[in-house]
Structure formats: structure tokens, C-alpha cells
Write a protein that binds this ligand. Structure first.
Ligand code: NFS
Ligand code: SF4
Length: 649
């Protein structure tokens, strides 16, 4: 069994892991000890592309001497094999984000056409901005009574409909360019055109990866990596970015708001519902349903004092940044939430949902409710309540009612760890502009000034998952704290954001504790935390836009690759993280991962990703497992960019 204290640095997790073990419930932490990873897979050099394999090409123990003669049956080199595997991770990751985005676009279009009453337009200003990017006119010329032509604003829902049609069109587009490519700094867009990597359509680039990596197609790892760029850029600058934008328009753009995090947000005497997964389409409706007075009254008839709705994984981030609703925990805490015995329903949609939650739920009373036709569970104890945007609120109420009905079935007195933290979240690129702007109109110029004068040394984007192969949250926190100490402001999303929240780093007060003098001064003056929570993993697109705004504000070069900035995913595990990593690299960002990268068995591919891409994109991959070294490498890159800009002379 796993040793709780070695498995996590989070107190709530340590307590609940001990409880799970006392209750004889096996979790991922235990299995991480008994299931050892395969070293060939870890190196990226196992090929099961065709049934003549799997062909396995591990690096020889003593390294490569002379020419590397390793080959699969068909002759595939370690580079071809690892590049194909890597590309398929990009494809899967981009597909996950993009399919999420497609769902959002479909609902958005239904809302624009007023086919559903449950969704509407909330952020008109953002709609008008996005309309410009999609080349949708926001005004029309009409003749007034005097016969003069005057400009008139168009109906919001008409604009939304045209935006929705064009947005949805981005998935199936076969040629040309995605609209948002031009959102990038001009130099970046020109570079992409020169390199011929501007995505044509979101789906097309993903499908092309699947074709090229089929047996016997693309056998030049440079060319495979190039296609990775197209597909990943189609994720970052289209699939994910459209998801973020249309969600903001429908549900509101995040602005700073208070919230709470960790398993201590659950309440013993209330119905506890956890929404776990990724898509706010569902959770937004459950938010409404759980606050419905009728539902509250119903809960009381079952002996509960109220309803607590908390999030898990990126769904949590979505409802947190928009409504300030509590977060129960990040990825590795999903089983442990159930172990409290206090969760009456865990409602899941897609992505990062461990199959084992059904087994854990069997040991307690928790009802696992699947909601998405793409993601069902075989276990007989789970319930499937399919969620449809045309009667979204009705579905959400059914789900909440299931949870309430399950409240009296609790088997034992729940044990909820008394651990939670307060935090300030919701720093969209719009919010950063207003908060750091220091003027009524908001601007990125003051942020740039602080980078130029050295109070802020640079920008670190630290994001990504938890991974059961590493101590939960430990690398996240070590790296973020090292960056803060060195005056690097941190932008965060995903499970890193939650790790930071649990550790108290998302409060303005933490600036005085963790930051170097320059960054502390800036944060204290403006009243912001030194780690800015920007949302979920699809919201990494917000980081791209923030970086673009910094470039456009001037004084720090012409392109994202000129900025003193670096990206990191210390505890990554999902394929989505690889797609994100690659779109950051192709956008010009030095991007470093922890845990391991499945390219180490293919030295020439690794050199291409880690070194040669810098000459092509100005951004490149890197890998460092040790968190202190990891932070050091980020800071070294930031310093290199500062020097190139002629700062610190
Ligand atoms: Ni991102 Fe969010 Fe977390 Fe990783 Fe999973 S929840 S989409 S993939 S584990 S950060
Ligand atoms: Fe082996 Fe080539 Fe088939 Fe891969 S594609 S499994 S290397 S024969």
C-alpha cells in the first residue's frame, strides 16, 4: 500500500488516503506501486501501429555506439516510431479539447437561434470583439427618415448566429486558414505562413495526423513534427480558444472573485454534489438547478440542511472562475472525495475521469452519474442521465434530484477533512488588463513597464495535471514557489491552479510571503495574488492571448518568442498536455515538462524537439524531473530573453 505521507503534500489527500486504506479501498496511489511502467513505452519506442509488432526498440543500456541500427520489422527507426506516438498524443489531446469546443459552438448556435431557453448571451462586449475576428459585421448602413445613410448596430442575436456558424465551420474547414491565426502577433502569423503550418481546419489536421502515422506513411520525423504543429495550433488557436470565447460570451468572462478549495468544502449535513470533468455546458445548468428553491425544499424533506455543489478537475475551474463555487480538489483527489462518505452524487462528463471511481463509489453510497453519450461507464451501479442542450435545465434538475434522493443512503458518518483554503481567482486576459492596467481603460503597458524595469523578471505559465507517478502537488508547488522567489509572475490553469489554491498561493497576502521584493511590490500595489488563476485547461488559450497582448503593448520585442517567458507542466499525464505543450512551443514558448517525455529512446527526435525547434519556432521542448532544476531552467531562459531585449544592462 502507498505511504500517504509520501504520496502527497496535501493534508486533505494524506488524511483521506489513510482513511481509504483503513476502509480497505484501493486507490490509484496503491496501484502506482504495484503497476510499474514499461521502460520501452516510457522511451516512446514501442510501435504497435500494425499487427507485425509490437516492435520494441529500447535504448541499449550502454547508449548508442556509432550508427543507430535499431529498426522495427518494416524498418521504422526509433525516431519514426517515437514521432508517430508523440503525434498521436497530440491528435488525441487536440481532439479532446476541440470536441469540447465543438459542443460549445453547437450550443452557442442553438442559443443564438433561440432554440434553447436555458442558454443566452451574457457578455455582449466579448461577442462584438469575437465578431470582428470572425469577420462578422456588427453594424449595418440604413437609410434614416431624411434619406441619409447612417450606421446602425445589428441585432445581437443575428451577430451571434453568424459568429456561431463561422465558429462551427472551423472544424470542418478544408482549406485556407483558421480565423484566429491572425490574432497572434503579426510576426508569429507571418512565421507560421512561411513555415506552412497555419491550420486549415481543426478536424482536418487531426485526421491528417492519424493518416500520416498509419503503417507505412510519413517516415520523416521532421515532417511528422510539422504536422503536430498544425494540429496543435488548431487546438490552441481554434478548438480551445473558441471554447473559451464562446463560453465567456454565454456564461460571462471571468473577473476576480473569491473562492474556496479542498475536500473541506464538503458539508456533512448537506447534500454534496460534485461535478467532475470538463464541460461547463452541463455544470452551468447544475449550478442553476442546485440553487433552485424547489430543490432546496426537496433536500430538506430528506433531512439535509442544504445543497453543496463543488467541482473537481477542470469543470471545477469553470464554475469557480465564473461563480466562485468551491473546488473539492484536483485530479488525484477524485477517488478520495468519495472516500469521505459525504458525496451523494458525482456527476461526470468527459476527460480525466478515472474508471476506478465506480469501484470506490461501490464501497460507499455515492452515485456516479454519467451524462455524456461519449463517456459511459460499464459498472452496473452508475446511472446515465443524458444531458441535452435543448432541455438542459430539466436534465440538470433530474441530476440534482438523484443526488438528494441518495442523501438518506449514507452508510456511515462522513469523515470530511477539515482542510480548505481561500483564494482569489478569475484572471482572464481581460481582467489582467484592468487590474494591472492602473488606468480606467486598462492596458498591458504597466505590466510591460514592470518587466522592463525588472521588478518582474518574467512570466511563467505553470499548468497541467497531477500524475500518480510523482508525489501529488509537490513539483507544482516547488516550481511555482521558486519562480515567485525569483520575481517571476505565474499564470496558471488546470490542476496546477488547484495545487496553488490549496497551498494558499492564490491570495494577495501570499505575495509578501513567497515573492522576491520586486514582484511582491507590484502585487501589493495592485492587490493581486502573485499566481494568477486563469481557468481550466482549454483556457490555456487565455495565456496565448495574454502573451499576445504583452507583445502588442510594446517594449518587449515583436513576437511571443521575444518575451521573457517560459511554460511548464510539472506533473503532466494526459495527452491534452502534449497538445498544449506543442502549441506553446509552436507559438514561440520555451516549454518544459516534468515526469518524463516519451521521446528519450529516440535521440535524434529528442534533439529536434529540444534544440532544433528553437531555430524554427523560437520555442522548444525540454524535460526536467527535478523541480528545482526545472525552475532554474525556466529562469535561465527568461534571463536569456531579457538579455536579448537589452534589459538589465
Ligand atoms: Ni488539464 Fe483538466 Fe487536470 Fe490535467 Fe485533467 S483536469 S484539462 S488534463 S488532470 S490539468
Ligand atoms: Fe513494427 Fe513497422 Fe508495424 Fe510498427 S509499423 S509495428 S515498426 S512493422
Amino acid at each position: 500500500k502507498a505511504n500517504p505521507k509520501e504520496s502527497s503534500v496535501d493534508q486533505a489527500t494524506i488524511q483521506m488516503l489513510a482513511k481509504a486504506q483503513a476502509d480497505n479501498v484501493e486507490t490509484i496511489f496503491d496501484r502506482a506501486l504495484t503497476m510499474k511502467p514499461c521502460n520501452i513505452g516510457e522511451q516512446g519506442t514501442c510501435c504497435k501501429t500494425c499487427s507485425q509488432g509490437p516492435c520494441r526498440l529500447p535504448l541499449p543500456k550502454k547508449g548508442i555506439e556509432g550508427v543507430d541500427t535499431r529498426k522495427g520489422l518494416c524498418g521504422a527507426t526509433p525516431e519514426t516510431i517515437a514521432a508517430r506516438n508523440f503525434a498521436r498524443m497530440v491528435a488525441a489531446g487536440a481532439a479532446a479539447h476541440s470536441d469540447h469546443g465543438r459542443g460549445v459552438a453547437e450550443v452557442f448556435l442553438a442559443a443564438a437561434r433561440k432554440e434553447t431557453e436555458d442558454y443566452g448571451i451574457q457578455d455582449v462586449e466579448k461577442l462584438l470583439e469575437v465578431a470582428v475576428d470572425f469577420e462578422v459585421p456588427t453594424t449595418v448602413m440604413v437609410e434614416n427618415e431624411a434619406g441619409e445613410k447612417v450606421e446602425q448596430e445589428r441585432d445581437i442575436y443575428k451577430i451571434a448566429e453568424e459568429v456561431g456558424v463561422k465558429a462551427l465551420g472551423e472544424w470542418g474547414k478544408q482549406e485556407g486558414e483558421i480565423y484566429y491565426a491572425k490574432r497572434a502577433p503579426e510576426a508569429r502569423y507571418e512565421l507560421w505562413k512561411e513555415l506552412d503550418v497555419v491550420p486549415r481546419g481543426i478536424d482536418r489536421e487531426i485526421v491528417e495526423i492519424m493518416h500520416r502515422t498509419h503503417m507505412g506513411v510519413d517516415q520523416d520525423y521532421h515532417n511528422i513534427v510539422k504536422q503536430c504543429s498544425r494540429a496543435a495550433l488548431g487546438d490552441g488557436w481554434a478548438g480551445s480558444m473558441i471554447a473559451t470565447d464562446l463560453q465567456d460570451i454565454m456564461f460571462g468572462t471571468p473577473y476576480p472573485i473569491q473562492g474556496e478549495i479542498n475536500l473541506g468544502v464538503l458539508k456533512a449535513d448537506e447534500v454534496n454534489i460534485i461535478v467532475h470533468g470538463h464541460e461547463p455546458l452541463l455544470s452551468e445548468m447544475i449550478v442553476v438547478a442546485s440553487q433552485d428553491p424547489e430543490m432546496l425544499a426537496y433536500a430538506k424533506t430528506k433531512g439535509a440542511h442544504g445543497i453543496t455543489l463543488a467541482g473537481m478537475c477542470c469543470t471545477a475551474n469553470e464554475i469557480l472562475v465564473r461563480h466562485g463555487l468551491p473546488i473539492a480538489g484536483n485530479y488525484l483527489q477524485q477517488e478520495l472525495a468519495i472516500v469521505t462518505g459525504a458525496v451523494d452524487a458525482m456527476v461526470v462528463d468527459v476527460q480525466c475521469i478515472m474508471e476506478n471511481i465506480a469501484n470506490v463509489a461501490d464501497c460507499y453510497h455515492t452515485k456516479v452519474i454519467t451524462t455524456n453519450p461519449r463517456a459511459m461507464m460499464e459498472s452496473g451501479h452508475t446511472v446515465h442521465i443524458e444531458f441535452d442542450e435543448h432541455h438542459a435545465l430539466e436534465d440538470a434538475k433530474r441530476i440534482v434530484k438523484e443526488a438528494i434522493d441518495n442523501f438518506p443512503n449514507r452508510r456511515a458518518e462522513p469523515l470530511i477533512p477539515n482542510v480548505k483554503e481561500k483564494m482569489v481567482v478569475g484572471f482572464s486576459q481581460e481582467a489582467i488588463k484592468y487590474h494591472l492596467g492602473g488606468t480606467f481603460r486598462g492596458s498591458y503597458v504597466p505590466l510591460n513597464d514592470n518587466i522592463i524595469n525588472g521588478r518582474i523578471r518574467g512570466i511563467g505559465g505553470v499548468v497541467g495535471c497531477n500524475n500518480a507517478r510523482t508525489c501529488h502537488d509537490s513539483a507544482h508547488l516547488t516550481i511555482v514557489k521558486e519562480l515567485l522567489k525569483n520575481d517571476v509572475i505565474v499564470l496558471t490553469t488546470g490542476c496546477n491552479a488547484m495545487a496553488c489554491g490549496k497551498a494558499g498561493l492564490l491570495t494577495p497576502e501570499s505575495a509578501a510571503v513567497y515573492c522576491g521584493p520586486g514582484l511582491a511590490e507590484v502585487c501589493e500595489t495592485v492587490g493581486i495574488p502573485p499566481v494568477l488563476h486563469m481557468g481550466s485547461c482549454v483556457d490555456n488559450s487565455r495565456i496565448l492571448m495574454a502573451a499576445t497582448q504583452v507583445v502588442k503593448a510594446g517594449g518587449l520585442g515583436k513576437d511571443i518568442s521575444d518575451l521573457p517567458a517560459a511554460g511548464s507542466a510539472p506533473e503532466w499525464m494526459s495527452e491534452k498536455a502534449i497538445s498544449i505543450g506543442h502549441y506553446f512551443v509552436a507559438s514561440g514558448v520555451y516549454t518544459i515538462f516534468g515526469v518524463g517525455l516519451p521521446v528519450t529512446g529516440a535521440p535524434r527526435l529528442q534533439k529536434h524537439l529540444f534544440e532544433e525547434l528553437e531555430d524554427i519556432y523560437g520555442g522548444m521542448w525540454d524535460l526536467e524531473v527535478d523541480p528545482y532544476e526545472h525552475a532554474k531552467k525556466m529562469i535561465a531562459h527568461i534571463d536569456k530573453k531579457r538579455a536579448a531585449l537589452g534589459l538589465d544592462k
